[in-house]
Write a protein that binds this ligand. Structure first.
Ligand code: HMG
Ligand code: MG
Length: 299
């Protein structure tokens, strides 16, 4: 029997989702969507990223988004930061959580942040130290934890090595990213076998992309292993500009439906998220990949 303590969702649609949309969305619309997600009960929400606008133009005005969102003690406004310049922007915007990001694959890391894994860890040291000094929590993403679009399968031991180093330099939480959505429960169990000995379950999150429709099965498998933090995106928005073929994150609506059925408390209003997902899809003129979202809004 699984214990039914609370589950935390980290909503990544406004960052992971919108970074991949061909039409940039204005800062005020992004802020409105952030506030609507907060109204629906989500407490940890990624508002954007402080990365090079030449690399990811869609996230260019994250500082404007941060100015327009509601900041309150119950909400955690989270942003991605690749270097000290990004940290400067994040701190000026009063972000609550700073997320650094690297990978378990050298090739992916080069394409994504233009440096090796070792160089990225070196780059993060002053970023993490600066964030901590400012009283911020630090999340660290590891991409390509099961497979890489350039290198193929990734060994769990390689992921564990990167996780260990991120913990050593001060990361408070690790999010394991199945960037291209290739994982199945068996691979998730192998990944958790290799990483769970390194940190308590409450410091580990799973970040599933649903490219092959396995995300919900993978989340269920990791619930059985004690994981209680999951990244998801309203309306299954998402992808990575540097991972060709990577489709959306697992939809927040689909995860909420699973969790409600299993008796977990998330504090999130599924109907409100589904209505927002529908609005976002209409605004972006895209189909809604969330089956739960479609089921709840089509009648
Ligand atoms: P670089 O070109 O090697 O860096 O890029 P640089 O230091 O030589 O700087 C180049 C230019 O960028 C300079 O401007 C800098 O000022 C500027 P110029 O002088 O040429 O006009 N610059 C910046 N501008 C704003 N904010 C900054 C910043 N840093 C430099 N922070 C760099 C290296 C890391 C900056 C670049 O590769 C980059 O920004 N990459 C971001 C890639 C990205 O955002 N990818 C998507 C997020 S990761 C993801 O989606 C995976 C995840 O969801 C988990 C999963 O699914 O696996 C998290
Ligand atoms: Mg992602």
């Amino acid at each position: 029997m699984m214990s039914r303590e609370n589950v935390t969702l980290v909503e990544v649609g406004l960052r992971d989702g919108l970074q991949n949309e061909s039409t940039p969305v204005s800062a005020s619309v992004r802020a409105d969507w952030y506030n609507a997600l907060a109204d629906a009960g989500l407490r940890r929400i990624e508002a954007g990223s402080f990365v090079s606008p030449r690399w990811v133009p869609q996230m260019a005005n994250t500082d404007d988004v941060m100015r327009q969102i509601r900041h309150d003690a119950k909400l955690s406004a989270e942003v991605l930061v690749p270097n000290l310049k990004g940290l400067e922007g994040a701190l000026a915007s009063d972000a609550d959580v700073i997320a650094v990001f690297t990978a378990a694959s050298e090739s992916f890391n080069q394409k994504n942040i233009n440096c090796s894994i070792a160089e990225s860890l070196e780059r993060f040291q002053p970023v993490i130290a600066g964030a901590k000094q400012a009283g911020k929590r630090v999340r660290a993403y590891v991409s390509c934890v099961v497979g890489c679009p350039y290198e193929g399968p990734i060994a769990p031991a390689q992921v564990a090595r990167v996780v260990e180093q991120l913990l050593e330099i001060g990361a408070d939480e690790i999010s394991l990213g199945d960037t291209i959505g290739v994982a199945r429960p068996k691979e998730i169990h192998a990944l958790l076998d290799a990483t769970l000995p390194l940190l308590p379950t409450n410091k580990l999150a799973l970040h599933c992309h649903d490219t092959r429709g396995q995300a919900i099965a993978n989340i269920y498998a990791s619930l059985e292993r004690g994981i209680r933090t999951f990244d998801s995106a309203v309306a299954g928005l998402g992808g990575c500009p540097y991972a060709k073929g990577a489709t959306g994150n697992v939809a927040t609506e689909d995860v909420l439906y699973l969790l409600e059925g299993e008796g977990f408390d998330t504090g999130v209003d599924l109907d409100a998220v589904a209505r927002l997902g529908d609005t976002i899809c209409k605004t972006l003129d895209r189909a809604n990949p969330s089956r739960v979202g479609r089921a709840l809004t089509s009648c």
